[in-house]
Design a protein around this ligand. Structure first.
Ligand SMILES: Cc1cc2nc3c(=O)[nH]c(=O)nc-3n(C[C@H](O)[C@H](O)[C@H](O)COP(=O)(O)OP(=O)(O)OC[C@H]3O[C@@H](n4cnc5c(N)ncnc54)[C@H](O)[C@@H]3O)c2cc1C
Length: 306
């Protein structure tokens, strides 16, 4: 089997951009995705901060547009789960759903997935009121009561999205100050009858036999606990990197994200990382795409030398 110049793992914005740049550089490249192209963009109602779309763009639409950019380019599309990586540059072998895929370099763009809230009964109630994706599940809660947990942009964006669907949205954040954009907070605060904001509060228990019927919220400042009737709970409390298939010697930070230099080179020669999987502060579509371009260029330069 001929070895690819580059195997890009994950078809979110980082992976799509990396594959595009590599193909345009004349490298033989395959883009491997376990699900559908788009990554977390498919879980995003609308993006208001992607340059070129001042009116905003729906997440799935941006995903479609990015994926379409690969049409006509020599990018081999592989569907499957990358399960393991063996060897060293320029003789890596990735295992994709049990099949070996030889490659000279690997671009790790597998992003991150949601962290659970970590309260009892959460797993049991997933799909029965507990969700991590408002775009996917919001419609089930039309005209009903929902809570959103989190204090960053994702939580606030999705609370705004749900405010157009649900009867009432309760936004619960464990701190007093929100991390996300002030603009989102102002919009949420401007809907007092529709959006309730509980600061310095944590969800401590979920209630309901077959479906979620309520949550217990504790005010961390006063210690006061109360039970609130609730039909849906949307959790946005951060994300964890998708790195299980990568060798242990690849340097990670204390939260498991991959450490790179500014050129997206990891601690293992020939392996590059881009997007949310990297150890960095700003995890957005635009930064993922930028990382993808940088990683592709670095891989191209690496291939010229080996
Ligand atoms: C609710 C929500 C709202 C958001 N809102 C915004 C916003 O308004 N603006 C903004 O800029 N950003 C937003 N973001 C963040 C943005 O979506 C991410 O920063 C961006 O998608 C990261 O891109 P990525 O390519 O690094 O990874 P991802 O988008 O996570 O893509 C990774 C891909 O890798 C695939 N994959 C994982 N493991 C494997 C494997 N082993 N084998 C094969 N494939 C694999 C996954 O299926 C996925 O398709 C939001 C995120 C969420 C969850």
């Amino acid at each position: 089997m001929t070895s690819l110049d580059a195997l890009v793992v994950g078809a979110g914005p980082a992976g799509i951009t990396a594959a595009m740049y590599l193909a345009r550089s004349g490298c033989s490249v395959a883009l491997c995705e376990r699900l559908t192209s788009g990554g977390q963009m498919l879980m995003t109602a609308a993006l208001e901060n992607y340059p070129g779309f001042p009116e905003g763009i729906k997440g799935y639409e941006l995903a479609d547009r990015m994926a379409a950019h690969l049409d006509g380019l020599a990018v081999e599309r592989l569907t499957g789960d990358v399960q393991a990586l063996a060897g060293k540059a320029p003789d890596f072998t990735a295992t994709v759903d049990g099949r070996p895929v030889p490659c000279r370099t690997l671009l790790v763009c597998t992003g991150a997935k949601h962290r659970p809230l970590g309260v009892p009964d959460e797993e049991r109630l997933v799909g029965r009121g507990v969700s991590y994706c408002a775009v996917c599940d919001g419609n089930f809660f039309r005209g009903r009561r929902v809570a959103v947990v989190g204090g960053g942009n994702s939580a606030m964006e999705e609370a705004l999205y749900l405010s157009k669907i649900a009867a009432e949205v309760t936004l619960i954040h464990r701190r007093d100050e929100f991390r996300g954009a002030k603009l989102y907070l102002q919009r949420l605060e401007s809907m007092p009858g529709k959006v309730v904001i509980l600061r310095s509060s944590v969800v401590t228990a979920l209630h309901g036999e077959s479906d979620l019927t309520g949550i217990t919220v504790r005010n961390v400042a006063t210690g006061e606990e109360r039970q609130i009737p609730m039909d849906g709970l949307f959790v946005y409390v951060g994300s964890a990197p998708e790195t299980a298939y990568l060798p242990p010697e690849l340097e990670r930070d204390d939260r498991g994200f991959i450490v790179t230099d500014t050129e997206m080179r990891t601690s293992v020669p020939g392996i590059f990382a881009a997007g949310d999987i990297r150890s960095k502060n700003c995890r957005q579509v635009i930064t993922a795409a930028g990382d993808g371009a940088t990683a592709a260029h670095a891989a191209f330069l690496f291939l010229e030398r080996v």
